[in-house]
Design a protein around this ligand. Structure first.
Ligand code: APR
Length: 244
């Protein structure tokens, strides 16, 4: 933030599974996380899908049903980021690794789902991406081309390229403040965003997490505690002091 006007600098917020934990959605690498019970190679790679599409569909069908359960709602951390976007005079971009839709439900609009969206389906035959809340299988027909066997969750699997990377790096290189919230820093390219910001040399970088992430030492500031408490506090501070 050093050379930026505190009234106008832009903010990039990277979020991970930790921000949705207190809404009732599981993280991946915590002791009770998803990867403690399911093997990544069985459900989250193109090879797994080619080998056993029913298994992969079952995994995402379960998660989709979980996400559409009426008990799952955005929490105070999602709300605080929506408020930041609404009231901050500069641009606020949320880049989320999460495939849930809790940022949207809280009111965030300038949002990139770099790992895709659980409530969308993609047809591998014709490329159509469509909203999707129901179960899916190899027998599901594409709503656009009508063909079966090509419908898959619109999510990014390990080994696939995350979405909108050019837009994300452009925002990282020009922002005045970078917040990383609720991510363990294990998965690239997102884990490398703080380095891209540091290399550009303009922005303050802040990690908000339950505990130090893999890349914790790369941040200027760190704030540890539950996202529902820490994110509203940090957002208040940004409005009060310009993020310092
Ligand atoms: N508040 C803040 N942070 C929390 C909370 C909470 N209430 N609960 C957990 N955390 C932190 C954990 O300490 C952990 O560091 O959130 C982090 C979650 O880390 P992961 O489970 O690894 O999730 P994430 O970083 O989003 O994973 C990245 O990995 O498997 C892939 O595609 C998946 O997008 C995901 C990617």
């Amino acid at each position: 933030m050093s050379e930026s006007n505190p009234e106008t600098y832009s903010i990039v917020v990277l979020t991970g599974a930790g921000i949705s934990k207190e809404s009732g959605l599981s993280t991946f690498r915590d002791a009770d996380g998803i990867w403690a019970t399911v093997n990544i190679d069985d459900v989250a790679t193109p090879e797994a899908y080619a080998r056993d599409p029913d298994r992969v569909h079952a995994f995402y069908n379960d998660r989709r049903r979980g996400l559409t359960d009426p008990s799952i709602k955005p929490n105070a951390a999602h709300d605080a980021l929506a408020r930041l976007e609404r009231d901050w005079p500069g641009e606020v971009l949320i880049v989320t690794q999460n495939i849930d839709d809790l940022h949207e439900r809280a009111g965030s609009m300038n949002l990139i789902h770099m790992h895709g969206e659980l409530l969308k389906a993609r047809c591998e035959r014709c490329g159509t991406v469509a909203p999707w809340t129901l179960d899916m299988s190899v027998r599901t027909a594409c709503p656009s081309c009508g063909r079966k066997g090509g419908m898959r969750p619109h999510v990014v699997w390990f080994g696939e390229m995350p979405f909108m990377m050019d837009t994300i790096y452009a925002a990282l290189e020009t922002c005045g403040l970078f917040l990383s919230i609720g991510t363990s820093g294990n998965v690239y390219p997102a884990a490398g965003f703080v380095q891209a910001v540091r290399q550009a040399g303009r922005a303050q970088t802040v990690e908000i997490n339950l505990e130090p992430s893999e890349g914790a030492t790369l941040f200027h500031d760190t704030v540890y505690g539950p996202a529902t408490e820490m994110v509203p506090q940090v957002v208040d501070q940004i409005f009060r002091y310009g993020g310092g």
